[in-house]
Design a protein around this ligand. Sequence first.
Ligand code: 3HC
Length: 290
Amino acid sequence: MALQRVGVVGFGLMGHGIAQVAAQAGYQVIVRETEQRFIDAGFKRVDASLDRMVKGGRVAEAEAKTARGRIETTTEVKALRDCQLVIEAITEDLALKKTLYRELDAICPPATIFASNTSSMTIAELAASTKRPDRFAGLHFFNPVQVMKLVEIVRAITTSDETIGTLREFTAKIGKTGVVCKDTPGFIVNRLLIPYLNAAIRALEEGVATPEEIDEAVKLGLGYPMGPFTLLDYVGLDTQYHASNVLYDEFKRPDQAPPPLLKRMVLAGHHGRKSGRGFYQYDEKGERKK
Ligand code: 3HC
């Protein structure tokens, strides 16, 4: 199916990046947020990212301006009715997502494909809240979307081959590598990443070394771009906690269970960079305090 108009629901951490890369690839994009202030915040992120790309010489100024102009916004779900693909990137709240999908299902033509950026929910369950479970899949992006090359294309037991084919084409057109995987908790990357990050927190609990030392060791010893504590603060401790619980609920493997320190930090509101405090502290611009 030829895609021209792509809907994105949610203009937050992931949604703004998804809308931006789709617009940069030439798609007409319409983003739905619940309130104008979230639209303004999303555009602030898009502008900062495009600005970085222009300054870094990766994108021409005129090209950035054209891409920015391809992003339309709305607070109404019904404005997404002409999209051939709708990507949902809202809060990880099952009831909210199901309500949204029911609404989208009622207004979009039967051929429209729905894709969820969820990192922790069962795609088949979300698909079952629509009358198009064959035109429903997961499309899991990585943060920062503008830089990370991978997209996991998640095939639910109901997803058709045609839908997977269209999503493969879309993923390639936005300059990403799509890897198709099963609808199983954590998909590929988080299944491996979550136990690793939990192991780092347990090493800290056991006094093996400080967060700075563990980060330095992993960066230099394994060649990872970020150490585990920098990454935890970057993706959000609440996200790690939620994903750990989902994995543990399904498989009951001890390495997937959230460590006590993670739980306490989340309950204390230390969610990482976005809340100003996680394993490190951050200023209003999100820069790490020395
Ligand atoms: N928009 C545009 N460009 C960006 C950007 C953004 N939001 N963020 C970074 N960049 C660009 C920078 O401009 C720079 O390019 P330039 O040299 O041309 O200017 C380049 O990326 C490198 O950035 P920095 O110099 O600031 O710093 P780093 O070299 O450390 O790179 C990083 C930053 C790309 C974030 C790198 O540290 C990294 O890859 N970290 C690991 C991220 C990761 O693992 N993400 C996955 C998390 S898991 C997930 O998302 C799944 C979820 O379900 C939990």
